[in-house]
Design a protein around this ligand. Structure first.
Ligand SMILES: [Zn+2]
Ligand SMILES: [Zn+2]
Length: 351
């Protein structure tokens, strides 16, 4: 009779799917329905997750971010160029002061268009990411049924941040089974039981308009280790913000129903979710809440008018004609700086 490789006084109850050695029941733990010894289970998890093996790598994120930024700039600059063209036409018709209005209007239209388009542009290359992540996970042994849902973006912590131009730290698939939830990601895998999920709320709670990314925040706590944290999920397959919100509302309802179920396998263990993740930089307030966005737009409009008048006055008084691109650049940068100052003031007055 064979005995456990760790405990030679105990009879073997099975063998590890990786090293093939015999172990007692206490030494074997399941991963994707296969039994593993402790070392092999950790090695298998490390093999499938993250490391150098990342599909949605920093380089790929940066490439996508640069491409979407170029498209966004084209959308923003287009109407401004049309405005400049109209201005020159009107000037040649002897209506120079009326013509000054058009570049300002073009700038407002361009910024609005850019921010409206950003939701779609930010998902550039998403189909390929989904395909590649799914292929990698399938090769790692994840059952196909777990890879059929929406591609989920994962971020960690209460604040919104970005990693190499993307608001998700990891991407993957969420599998909701009776008694357990598993996230199969490009970088990380983790599981939660119904009793470990404490709350799930949409962020922002009400429709934040086309400009603010909608996310589902979840608070979890593990009584055994005392660890707790906040996960923030996004749906990466959507046509517009309303569809993203609908899908996340559905997911929240499914999570609430799931939370009421007993844990099917009480001792089932997968790694807990990360409490913090490395890196990441903050996001400007205007893409975090719609109030901040409208304030930013208002600042842009006011400063465009003020700028147009001021530069026109400068020309009348001193004869110096400032080139229009400089006027636009100064107005955009000033609007952004004023917006940051205003949001900082609002935040400090709320405290
Ligand atoms: Zn083993
Ligand atoms: Zn043993």
């Amino acid at each position: 009779m064979s005995v456990c490789a760790n405990h030679n006084w105990l009879p073997a109850e099975g063998s590890c799917a990786r090293c093939r050695q015999a172990f007692c029941g206490g030494c074997l733990a399941p991963l994707l329905d296969q039994p593993y010894c402790g070392n092999c289970r950790a090695a298998k998890l490390a093999e499938i997750q993250g490391g150098d093996n990342r599909v949605f790598s920093g380089a790929r994120r940066r490439k996508t971010a640069v491409a979407s930024a170029l498209i966004a700039v084209a959308i923003i600059v287009g109407p401004i160029l049309v405005g400049l063209l109209l201005m020159n036409i009107l000037r040649s018709l002897g209506m120079a002061s009326l013509g000054m209005v058009f570049p300002a209007v073009g700038m407002v239209v361009g910024i609005m268009g850019g921010i409206l388009a950003i939701a779609r542009v930010a998902l550039l290359g998403n189909t390929a990411v989904r395909r590649d992540v799914a292929a990698k996970l399938a090769a790692g042994g994840v059952p196909p049924a777990a890879l059929s849902g929406s591609l989920i973006g994962l971020s960690v912590g209460p604040e919104r941040r970005q990693w190499d131009g993307d608001t998700d730290w990891d991407v993957g698939f969420l599998s909701l089974e009776p008694g357990k939830m598993v996230f199969f990601g490009d970088q990380i895998w983790f599981g939660l039981r119904p009793d470990q999920l404490h709350w799930a709320e949409l962020d922002p709670p009400k429709d934040g308009g086309a400009f603010v990314e909608v996310r589902l925040k979840m608070g979890w706590h593990d009584a055994h280790t005392g660890h707790s944290g906040i996960l923030s999920l996004a749906i990466r397959d959507f046509r517009n913000r309303a569809e993203a919100r609908r899908k996340l509302t559905d997911l929240r309802a499914r999570l609430e129903a799931w939370r009421g179920q007993p844990a099917a396998v009480p001792d089932y263990w997968l790694p807990l979710p990360p409490v913090v993740v490395p890196g990441g930089t903050g996001l400007p307030a205007m893409v975090q809440d719609s109030g901040a966005f409208w304030r930013y737009l208002l600042i842009c409009i006011v400063l465009s008018v003020v700028g147009a008048v001021a530069f026109a006055a400068l020309q009348v008084v001193t004869g110096i004609r400032v080139p229009m691109p400089v006027v636009i650049a100064v107005t955009l940068v000033t609007s952004y700086l004023v917006s940051m100052g205003v949001e900082a003031l609002i935040r400090s007055s709320r405290r």
